[in-house]
Design a protein around this ligand. Structure first.
Ligand code: BG6
Ligand code: MG
Length: 229
């Protein structure tokens, strides 16, 4: 039996008792979809005639689809596109992205995520999704984790992208819990900021240099154990 540290007991600043709810970001926390976003954005950049690197792709994590397109166009030095032209490009990228994620399997749930969701559920803590993606429903379905969620807040339900707290506040509202009773799990700096603005504690999943504003940072959900004693 591995002895992973439990931030829920180790970090008394995070919780002194069980939270009412856990709100999970999707891309980068529960599933690795960044590679599919990259493939699709790169395909668009190739078509437009410039190179889009993996390092450039890092800047798109947690960022909404249209804001991602703006970053991509900035990388390519493409200016003066109309709003309509931008919508066409974003749609083209999304069609490719959907083509990729429609082939996802349950194996693509990130290490530790399934086990942690099971522990949270077993502890009687409510679970919400708080994602910027408009494709969240398909991803949850393809990876077979839909049933864990008591509320799903995604890009189709919110009008203000992270770092705006809307997505997480709506999650708390749909679950019928106070924001201060929620813990957010996020892999993007904009998401950590959104959680802080929502008055929630947050676990950063990933690089501590990027996620330093989180209450705690862990490399992956493998590090967590729900302490429900
Ligand atoms: C976020 C991703 O979860 O969703 C971003 O981190 C992405 O990279 C955003 O741009 C929007 O996703 P979608 O699926 O609606 O284009
Ligand atoms: Mg994310």
């Amino acid at each position: 039996m591995p002895t992973h540290p439990s931030p829920f007991t180790r970090h008394s600043s995070l919780v002194t008792r069980l939270p009412s709810a856990c709100i999970f970001d999707l891309d980068g926390v529960l599933v690795d979809t960044a590679k599919y976003h990259y493939l699709a954005w790169k395909r668009l950049a190739d078509e437009l005639g410039f190179y889009f690197s993996e390092a450039d792709n890092e800047r798109l994590k947690g960022v909404s689809r249209m804001a991602s397109l703006d970053i991509l166009l900035e990388v390519g030095g493409i200016t003066h596109l109309s709003a309509q032209e931008k919508l066409v490009l974003a749609d083209r990228k999304n069609n490719w992205y959907v083509e990729y994620i429609s082939k996802m399997t349950p194996d693509e749930v990130l290490p530790g995520a399934l086990e942690f969701l099971q522990q949270v559920k077993a502890a009687g803590v409510k679970i919400a999704l708080g994602s910027a993606s408009k494709n969240a429903g398909m991803i949850l379905q393809r990876t077979n984790i839909s049933a864990f969620f008591d509320a799903v807040i995604d890009g189709n339900k919110v009008s203000n992208a992270k770092p705006d707290p809307e997505v997480f506040l709506l999650g708390a509202q749909e679950l019928g819990v106070q924001p201060s009773e929620c813990i957010v799990f996020e892999d993007a700096a904009a998401g950590i900021e959104a959680a802080i603005r929502a008055g929630m504690k947050c676990v950063g999943v990933g690089n501590p240099d990027i996620l330093h504003r989180a209450t705690i940072v862990i490399p992956s959900l493998l590090e967590l154990r729900m302490n429900n004693e």
